[in-house]
Design a protein around this ligand. Structure first.
Ligand SMILES: [Ca+2]
Length: 225
């Protein structure tokens, strides 16, 4: 039942982003079998491949808004990275540190669109309303240290000199900070999670998506993924 609700929520996410960005006709992309079979595989962790867009020659120097970033990954049977464990988060922080990457998009998203209203379990939104859109898993309340973690990955500071998420851009131009970015020391705060408005353009880290890989495998007999 919970899973079904999140599926609906995920479908609505693309539409919500569409409305907010006021760009008509923007939906989640379907995977492309050829691209899935030949997707970039920069490193492998716990059964999944990952890549940083800045390390793919055709994508080097390019930036994407959050939905375009998801769609770039999804055509490869991947999605924006989701860090459900501290070990995986450390791996992504290390990639950012070692390559001096200023920022990336993750699949983290605030449930603030159609389908999220009336969900008492998501209130207050700034604490309980975040989830990984790639697999619809909830993110630990933003003011808590998750099970198995030794630290809280959200930054302790930002534009308003307050802990994240702070929805700071809303006070500037009315745009909600609904997407989860990792920023590299932008606020003299090291590498940490920040809520950022989804229209900002950033490079991405893509991670294999089981759902999309299974779909392409089942509809393309014999394909090597
Ligand atoms: Ca913020």
């Amino acid at each position: 039942m919970v899973m079904q609700t999140w599926l609906l929520v995920a479908c609505a996410a693309a539409l919500a982003t569409l409305t907010m960005a006021q760009k008509p006709g923007r939906f989640l992309s379907l995977p492309n079998a050829q691209k899935c079979a030949n997707r970039p595989k920069e490193f492998f962790y716990r059964g999944r491949n990952y890549f940083f867009s800045g390390h793919v020659p055709a994508l080097r120097g390019k930036k994407f808004d959050w939905l375009d970033g998801r769609n770039l990954c999804r055509e490869y049977c991947m999605d924006l990275v989701s860090m459900e464990t501290q070990e995986e988060n450390n791996l992504i922080f290390k990639l950012i540190q070692e390559n001096d990457v200023p920022y990336i998009w993750t699949s983290g998203r605030l449930c603030d669109f159609k389908g999220c209203e009336g969900r008492k379990d998501l209130e207050p939104k700034n604490l309980y309303g975040w989830f990984w859109s790639a697999n619809r898993e909830k993110i630990t309340p933003t003011n808590q240290i998750a099970n198995g973690w030794g630290y809280n990955p959200w930054s302790q500071t930002g534009h308003k000199k307050q802990r994240q998420p702070d929805n700071a851009e809303f006070d500037i131009n009315g745009t909600t900070e609904s997407c989860l970015s990792i920023l590299n020391n932008v606020y003299n705060d090291g590498i940490a999670w920040h809520d950022v408005a989804c229209y900002h353009e950033k490079p991405v880290v893509c991670e294999d998506n089981d759902e999309l890989l299974n779909y392409i495998a089942s509809t393309n007999p014999g394909i090597r993924l």
